[in-house]
Design a protein around this ligand. Structure first.
Ligand SMILES: Cc1cc2nc3c(=O)[nH]c(=O)nc-3n(C[C@H](O)[C@H](O)[C@H](O)COP(=O)(O)OP(=O)(O)OC[C@H]3O[C@@H](n4cnc5c(N)ncnc54)[C@H](O)[C@@H]3O)c2cc1C
Length: 504
């Protein structure tokens, strides 16, 4: 799959016009690729340096024995953020999900969440004996939270005080109490939704950015708006086609890619930065770092005091994932399936306080072959089986992996009333150590810092360096946070900052 990117091992091309400003992007994760596309479109000469042999970072893919697996993200929301930077012919073919998830509970109950908000309200109200109007009200509230927060807090630099305190943003601050930022997501959901299963399903949104529903603020209900009101998609060629489209667009705009090239350090000089690779260095007027902010301050531009601030901020969760090529099809399952823990508070206590995986973890199974035929041989399925894991603090992952694998199989067997283990035809796993090694994410956390406090949004690193000019940051470990849409938003913010500063 990635062979087609091998020929991206290009040499530095200096554009004919000496006045063209040169931008170096460190890291070809989605935030780096999107920033490269945006700035190349503005006429900058952009070069991307990627340590790995392929672009995409956490958005990966694995092929084995006729099965294809998305190894990272499985849920695609807010596709408009991608399309707005792609030429129309590169827009992805997307399948809009009809069913957002199928939820299994330990007492045998199964609750489907249809994508249509009205059907969601009716179906879930029926399944839980609650009122459809209550659910509709919840989704309306989630929409309102998005409308109040997105313009000022998601699509803008939070640290650009002049833009944050513009008159139109002040009205958002004025309506701050409507966000219920002083309640936790769980207490808000309990008050608004009451039914424990319904509360648990909506509490799960905290995990979309690796946080704890019993601590994260109720503003996290905003995710229900993205998924339940706006919808979720699956690209017809799998999640990695998001990366393919960005790379194609970048190449079309003349971006230079340097794969298998690790940036060791940058040094500020007269008119920008020297970017060092081994003994060689290249000069750039501006640098955009897309790598984990911890790695940036520990290696690329060492800064003990900024590093301390990052190391004292609680990390988001990591994951333990098994990719199983299954030799059978399971009509009981849909594309996105959640087998809930019978003790959700204990699961999060384990993740954040004990730094363990719960003995009864919530198991998420994603099966793209339910809708993409070529993703598994006829009559078979590609299972992506994930449980939330704590950040890597040096635990014995081999033991944890083997215990958790057994717990997962036990839970699936009980739910599906069959023995799935003999049906596994091909297998691979990813754990927090591997996530750290492969993508540079400190301690393997999926989304940088957690959002377990109401001040988390303000604690994330800015999209530009507070002291050095012409040094910018994108990606999941900086503002506005992790997940594909927010990483795309970080690239949009950097683009706006560079454009604004170029006019000064
Ligand atoms: C298992 C899993 C499931 C997920 N599920 C979802 C989901 O369903 N939906 C969703 O929206 N998000 C999901 N996410 C999160 C999402 O994938 C990430 O937030 C996003 O892809 C991070 O992009 P990024 O721009 O921060 O770059 P990253 O993906 O972190 O990439 C950074 C890149 O920098 C490179 N690099 C590091 N150091 C150097 C160096 N010194 N020199 C050059 N290059 C370097 C790395 O090799 C890497 O390619 C998931 C993530 C994982 C791992």
């Amino acid at each position: 799959m990635f062979n087609k990117f091998r020929n991206l091992e290009l040499t530095m091309v200096t554009k004919g016009n000496a006045s063209v400003q040169r931008i170096g992007v460190i890291g070809a994760g989605i935030g780096g690729l999107a920033a490269a596309v945006r700035l190349a479109r503005r006429g900058y000469s952009v070069s991307v340096f990627e340590r790995s042999g392929k672009p995409g970072g956490k958005i990966g893919e694995w092929h084995s024995k006729g099965y294809r697996f998305d190894t990272g993200p499985s849920l695609f929301t807010l596709p408009a953020l991608l399309n707005e930077i792609l030429d129309p012919d590169l827009h992805l073919s997307l399948i809009k999900l009809k069913l957002l998830s199928r939820n299994f509970f330990s007492d045998g109950a199964v609750i489907d969440i249809p994508a249509d908000p009205e059907m969601f309200s009716k179906t879930v109200a029926h399944a839980t004996g609650t009122q459809a109007s209550m659910l509709q009200k919840y989704l309306n509230h989630a929409r309102e939270v998005y409308q109040l927060t997105a313009p000022a807090f998601i699509f803008r630099s939070l640290h650009d005080w002049s833009s944050l305190f513009r008159i139109q943003n002040l009205r958002y601050l004025w309506q701050w109490p409507r966000l219920h930022a002083f309640s936790t997501l769980h207490s808000f959901n309990t008050r608004r939704l009451r039914h424990p299963k319904l509360v648990q399903m909506m509490d799960r949104f905290a995990t979309y950015n690796g946080s704890d529903p019993y601590r994260t603020p109720a503003t996290m209900a905003v995710i229900a708006h993205l998924e339940n009101n706006l919808g979720a998609w699956l690209p017809k060629q799998g999640m990695h086609s998001v990366v393919d489209a960005l790379v194609q667009q970048a190449l079309r705009l003349g971006v230079n890619f340097h794969l298998s090239t690790s940036v060791e350090r940058i040094e500020p000089d007269n008119d920008g930065y020297s970017l060092w690779i081994g003994e060689n260095h290249h000069h750039f007027n501006k640098i955009i770092s897309n790598i984990d902010i911890h790695q940036f301050y520990s290696h690329v531009l060492p800064d003990a005091s900024r590093l301390k601030r990052i190391t004292t901020t609680e990390r988001s969760t990591s994951a333990l994932i098994f990719y199983w090529g299954m030799g059978a099809a399971f009509p009981q399952l849909d594309i996105h399936n959640v087998l809930f823990s019978s003790n959700y508070p204990e699961e999060f206590d384990n993740l954040f306080n004990k730094k363990q995986i719960s003995p009864d973890p919530t198991v998420y199974i994603y099966i793209s072959s339910k809708t993409i035929d070529n993703d598994a041989p006829e009559g078979c399925e590609n299972w992506f089986v994930m449980v939330n894991a704590p950040e890597n603090t040096g635990q014995d992952w081999e033991t944890i992996r083997s215990q958790t694998r057994q717990a997962i199989i036990h839970k699936i067997n009980k739910t599906l009333r069959t023995d799935v283990e003999p049906l596994i035809k091909t297998e691979r796993h990813l754990d927090p150590v591997a996530i750290e090694t492969l993508t540079g994410s400190w301690r393997g956390s999926l989304y940088g810092a957690s959002s377990n406090s109401r001040f988390s949004a303000f604690a994330r690193h800015d999209n530009r360096h507070p002291v050095y000019r012409n040094l910018y940051f994108t990606g999941g470990s900086v503002h506005p946070g992790g997940g594909i849409p927010l990483c795309l938003a970080s690239a949009k913010i950097v683009d706006q900052l560079i454009e604004k500063e170029s006019k000064r």
